[in-house]
Structure formats: structure tokens, C-alpha cells
Design a protein around this ligand. Structure first.
Ligand code: FAD
Ligand code: ZN
Length: 472
């Protein structure tokens, strides 16, 4: 489809001279996501700088049945931010002001286009802490984080993005501005409407600003890298560390040996923190009050875990540089898979105690279907969330391997369902899994989602073809 020329003229007028682009070279990077899995097309990029402009843009799109795709930092992993059918592309990147910071009230209000790392820095400057943290934090935006209900590495202690939000400002499909931008901790005046837009991937409204929760800065932080024999040991070790610290573990990440090997082979300035290889590792972090001997507590807990046979070897970061080196290993896992060839991804969550059994079953099933395929399961095991990525067999044909994406997804997702899990833990559905949910969610659940969509976006202009399954 193409955008009607008369509508394009009006949209450009609303956005103002610096608020749009029709230059294919400027639009191009917005049409492709970082893994180059999805490619879109659009002839008009709008870059509003104020909520009022977003409101007028949506009102006009709605009136003229012109579909529009919101985009933040374009780091989403399920293609939700890509216009596939020539839709208008709405970048929130210029809406990047911090409106207020309330250190005592422990909140700040940020516009949707503020980069996550800038929110973290603003909090820090105010002597506060914003815990949302993920490898894309230097380029993803608060609007995108909210719209995907992003997880990341601190969910164990602080929850998903959803739990870090006090209020929202949202522009509805018809242009009305829904002001839910309250900073109240308690507000039981009926339905909690803001929650509808969090995780909706831009299908129910456009988020223009958010009131976010801030936290006290953790006084001390201890980061450890531990070698373990198997995922069962990881599950038991988490329980043990939570008991020993009184629940102060803030991150607990699983790393398989093959993943570490990819990182060591492809990422400069990385080194194995331990002397002997181990089939599995965990990277864990505990945060507690100033004055507490957290280092001592973690050291003693790991020593006890070694005696109990849960841990083979472990090392504790002695300073910030070493801490950053440990985290770099974890955060490079995705990227270091690229030079190894194609990778079929899954972002699944399961009851944590069932993860070891799931990993064994799913790995065996995938290898039975694709001999030589290399499972690289890693991630937020503390939240029951595994990025079950499968790399192409060594020396195998990339295209032939990737052609099996859906077949492999089906095998893995069916096992996820059998184990009572979810086929999307933190990345969302986008275009990648929007039809998959027809198989894995209840018909009534999907019917209610569709009813909400019809109510809030009756003309289906907001990010059409995403999240909800195609109707037959
Ligand atoms: P985009 O990619 O631009 O958009 C994502 C979705 O939100 C799209 O559907 C888009 O239409 C919609 N959207 C964007 N802005 C708005 C808005 N203002 N209003 C309405 N809809 C909007 N995710 C995790 O949860 N945990 C991780 O640990 C994690 N790690 C990652 C690591 C890397 C290296 C990368 C590349 C991605 C990772 N992600 C992770 C994916 C994650 O979803 C994104 O990084 C982030 O949350 C998306 O933000 P964004 O601004 O880039 O959004
Ligand atoms: Zn993740």
C-alpha cells in the first residue's frame, strides 16, 4: 500500500520542517532490525517532538484509515517496530526530554524517546537507581521498553518494566490524549488502564511519556562467576544464595560453555574468568545495604555450595573493571552467535524448577530434527526465562538451516506448552509470533484481546498485523 499524497502533505505539516523525512537513505536504517531478519518499507518517517503533534498525527491517520507503526530505538527482537506494508513510520526518538525528577518521591517522568541509559544516568545524578537494564540499553527507548514490557537482568529483584511504572501518557488511535501520568503509589479508582498499553507493542495506543519508579542506590554490590555441572545445580544454587543473603540476589544468569566459547572466539578483550572449562556457568549479583559484608556472605555461600557439590569453581569480581568484564561475557552472548552463522531463537519462560528437564528434552528434540544443530541456551534462569537459541551446525548451510525456523519453533514451543511455560517471556510477539499464540493461548483469552483492540483501535491503524493472530 502507499500513503495517499494529500494525507502525506498534511502529516508533514503537522510534524513540522524538522519532524519528517522522505529521504530513503535516512529512512533505511529504520526499516531493518539489528539481526537483519526483517526488512520493511515506508516512504514517510515522522519524527514529532511533542505529544500534541502525535495526537494530531493519529487523529489524521484514523480519519483517513492510514496505518502507522510506532518505533523507538529499533532494537525489538520480534519485528514489531518494522512497517512491512508501507505504513507511516512514527519515530518517538525526538521526544527525549526528562520532564521531572522527584528524588524524595522516588520517581521521574520521561518522554517515550528517552534512551534507557539516559534514564539510568538521570536517576544516578539524583542519587537514585533505575533498575531496568539490558544489553540494548544504550539505544532502546523507554517507550519501546514499556511497549514490550522489557525484562533484562534485574527482574529477579525489581520486576519487569510493568512493575517499574507509576503512570503513563498515551495517545489513543483517534488522537485523544489519555493522561494517566500520575506518580501515586496507590490508586484503586477502577481499572488500571496504563497496564493495557504496557506490553501492547504499539497496537493499542502510542505512549508519549511515563512516570517511572526510582529506588535507593544499592550500597554494595557483589558479582560472582561460578562454574557448575548442570542446570539442576543452577536452580539449587539460586535457592541457596537467596537463603543465605535473605533474598538480596538481583541477577542470576545461566551461560553454557558453548556460549562462552563463542564469546571468547569472537569478542575482543574477553577472557575466561576460570582456569578449567566447565559445561555450564552462572553469573550472579547480590546487592545490599552499605556496611554489609556482602563479599564475605557470597564467598562463604559459594564455598558451602562447593562443598555440597553445586559449584565446581567460582570467582568474585574484585573491582568494577572485573565486574564489567564478567557482564561483558553475558551481554555478548547474542552478538557472538552471529559470526557462528544463523541462529534460530526462542524466548521462553518456564516454572524454574522444570528448566533442567526442559533443556534436556528440547535440546534432544531439536538435534533429532536437525542433526548437528548447536543449542546455546542462556539467560535469566532466575526468572525462569531462557533464550533457547540454536546455532547452525558447524559448517552447515545457513539458508537451509534458517528455512527450518518455524519447524524448530514448533517443536520447542510444543514442549514449552507441555511444561506449562510461555512462548514469549520478554521480547513480545510482534510479527514473529503473532500467529503462534493462536496455538498456545486460550481462545477466550485471544477473543478478549481482540475485543480490546476493536474498542481502542476500531479502524486497525495502529501497528496492524502485529501481536494478534490473523483472522481467517
Ligand atoms: P522498538 O524496537 O523501536 O519497538 C519495540 C515495539 O514497541 C514495537 O512493537 C514498536 O511498535 C513499539 N513501540 C516503540 N515505541 C513505542 C511507543 N512510544 N508507543 C507505542 N509503541 C511503541 N528485551 C528484554 O526484554 N530483555 C533483554 O534482556 C533484552 N536484551 C536485548 C539485547 C539486545 C542486544 C537487543 C538488540 C535487544 C534486546 N531486547 C531485550 C529486546 C527489547 O525488546 C528491546 O531492546 C527494547 O525493549 C525495545 O525498545 P526500543 O526502543 O528499541 O523499541
Ligand atoms: Zn533477555
Amino acid at each position: 500500500m502507499s500513503i495517499a499524497p494529500t494525507i502525506a502533505v498534511k502529516l508533514k505539516e503537522i510534524a513540522g520542517p524538522h519532524g519528517f523525512s522522505e529521504d530513503p537513505a535516512e529512512i533505511a536504517p529504520h526499516l531493518e532490525e539489528w539481526r537483519s531478519k526483517y526488512h520493511g518499507h515506508s516512504t514517510l518517517l515522522l519524527k514529532p517532538s511533542h505529544t500534541e503533534q502525535v495526537s494530531q498525527i493519529l487523529a489524521l491517520c484514523n480519519e483517513s484509515n492510514t496505518p502507522i507503526v510506532p518505533q523507538g530505538g529499533n532494537t525489538g527482537l520480534v519485528g514489531g517496530q518494522i512497517p512491512f506494508h508501507g505504513e507511516v513510520l512514527l519515530s518517538l526518538a525526538r521526544m527525549n526530554r526528562i520532564r521531572t525528577v522527584d528524588a524524595h518521591g522516588m520517581s521521574l517522568i520521561a518522554e517515550a524517546g528517552v534512551i534507557l541509559a539516559d534514564v539510568q544516568r538521570t536517576a544516578e545524578d539524583a542519587g537514585r537507581y533505575f533498575p531496568l537494564s539490558l544489553a540494548a540499553e544504550g539505544s532502546c527507548t523507554i517507550g519501546g521498553n514499556l511497549s514490550t514490557n522489557a525484562g533484562g537482568v534485574n527482574v529477579l529483584r525489581y520486576g519487569n518494566t510493568r512493575e517499574l511504572v507509576l503512570g503513563l501518557e498515551v495517545v489513543l488511535a483517534d488522537g485523544r490524549v489519555l493522561n494517566l501520568l500520575r506518580t501515586l503509589r496507590k490508586d484503586n479508582t477502577g481499572y488500571d488502564l496504563k497496564q493495557l498499553f504496557i506490553g501492547a507493542e504499539g497496537t493499542l495506543g502510542v505512549i508519549t511519556a511515563a512516570a517511572l519508579k526510582l529506588f535507593p542506590v544499592p550500597g554494595i554490590r557483589t558479582t560472582a562467576f561460578a562454574a557448575i555441572t548442570d542446570p539442576e545445580a543452577a536452580v539449587a544454587l539460586l535457592s541457596h544464595l537467596q537463603d543465605e543473603t535473605g533474598g538480596l540476589i538481583s541477577a542470576f544468569e545461566l551461560i553454557p560453555r558453548i556460549g562462552l566459547e563463542f564469546v571468547l572466539a569472537h569478542m575482543p578483550q574477553t577472557a575466561d574468568p576460570l582456569s578449567a572449562p566447565s559445561p555450564w556457568y552462572v553469573l550472579t549479583e547480590a546487592a545490599g545495604p552499605r556496611g554489609m559484608d556482602m563479599h564475605g556472605v557470597i564467598e562463604a555461600s559459594l564455598a558451602a555450595a562447593m562443598e555440597a557439590g553445586l559449584v565446581r569453581d567460582a570467582t568474585i569480581a574484585q573491582n568494577e573493571t572485573q565486574r564489567a568484564q564478567f557482564w561483558r561475557l553475558r551481554e555478548s552472548l547474542s552478538e557472538s552467535q552471529k559470526p557462528e552463522g544463523g541462529s534460530i531463537k526462542h524466548d521462553v519462560s518456564l516454572p524454574i524448577a522444570r528448566i533442567p528437564e526442559f533443556l534436556a528434552r528440547a535440546s534432544a528434540a531439536v538435534i533429532a530434527k536437525v542433526p548437528g544443530a548447536r543449542p546455546v541456551p542462556f539467560g535469566h534462569i532466575g526468572d525462569g526465562n531462557i533464550h533457547f537459541n540454536i546455532s547452525v551446525p558447524k559448517g552447515g548451510d545457513n539458508a537451509a538451516f534458517l528455512a527450518q525456523w518455524e519447524t524448530v519453533n514448533r517443536i520447542v514451543h510444543d514442549i514449552v506448552r507441555e511444561f506449562g511455560g510461555s512462548i514469549s517471556a520478554e521480547h513480545g510477539l510482534g510479527v514473529m509470533k503473532h500467529n503462534e499464540i493462536a496455538r498456545y493461548k486460550g481462545a477466550d483469552e485471544i477473543a478478549v484481546m481482540q475485543a480490546l483492540k476493536r474498542t481502542l483501535d476500531p479502524r486497525n491503524i495502529l501497528n496492524p498485523g502485529k501481536v494478534l493472530p490473523d483472522s481467517d
